[in-house]
Design a protein around this ligand. Structure first.
Ligand code: DC
Length: 231
């Protein structure tokens, strides 16, 4: 059977990575979390005391050749992000790095740098990639494009729980404000804003359980793969 490309886009904290991971496991495909790549660039900038504004942007751009991002497969099947060979999986998951990631993600040179690597990773198919521009920019010809969405309140609540589980002490109002700010930046930037590809299948999971959503998505995946294999 043909190995297809699955592009998953959507707002922050709408469960993209959980679905993408489960689908990759089901399909036996590689999973790539492109948000983690923007987060790794953000962490690199923070560790060099750079902000993403004004002339500091050009400093970030000039440092891009020094940024090497890899994914290391873990024994439990999950993937950890390596920044210049160091496992930074934990450090990149904070609110601070998430915020900085959405700021470095507006810099066209950062996007071109990461998009080229993402296209290389998926060139032979057999990949599930999630992000904001996968179905529109990275793989506009992906056989299956999913656009996930859920209300900002539902997403803030999920994010809040995740942060608590990680031992952070978030304030709910801040988490909701952060979700709204990030949505605004992700959808209003000039370079590759988050938008639904015309041929994407929209899945609003506000009121779906993970299992319901997964069953729904596996059904779509199986039929798209079948059709792709007959071509
Ligand atoms: O999915 P995430 O929260 O880990 O993403 C972090 C930030 O990176 C988010 O604000 C949007 C940005 N991003 C992007 O612009 N394009 C992608 N393909 C993935 C993430």
């Amino acid at each position: 059977m043909k190995k297809i490309i699955v592009a998953i886009d959507g707002y922050s904290s709408c469960g993209k990575s959980t679905i993408a991971k489960q689908l990759a496991k089901y399909a036996g495909y590689r999973y790539i979390d492109t948000g983690a790549m923007y987060r790794a660039v953000a962490l690199f900038a923070i560790s060099h005391q750079l902000s993403a504004t004004g002339d500091q942007q050009s400093a970030i751009i000039s440092l891009l050749p020094n940024i090497h991002i890899d994914f290391a497969l873990q024994p439990d099947g999950s993937q950890h992000v390596l920044l210049n060979g160091n496992d930074v999986e934990k450090q990149i998951r904070t609110l601070e790095v998430g915020n900085m990631a959405s700021q470095v993600a507006v810099i066209p040179e950062v996007r071109h740098f990461l998009v080229a690597q993402q296209q290389q990773m998926g060139k032979d198919g057999g990949i599930v990639m999630d992000g904001r521009d996968i179905g529109t920019v990275v793989f506009p010809h992906a056989e299956l494009k999913l656009f996930l969405t859920a209300s900002p309140e539902v997403r803030a609540e999920r994010r809040y729980k995740e942060l608590i589980e990680k031992g952070e002490h978030p304030v709910m109002a801040d988490v909701l404000a952060d979700v709204n700010d990030r949505d605004y930046r992700d959808t209003h930037r000039d370079e590759s804003p988050l938008r639904q590809a015309e041929d994407a299948v929209v899945v609003d999971n506000s009121t779906m359980t993970r299992e319901e959503q997964m069953t729904h998505i596996i059904g779509i995946f199986d039929s798209v793969k079948e059709v792709a294999s007959q071509r």
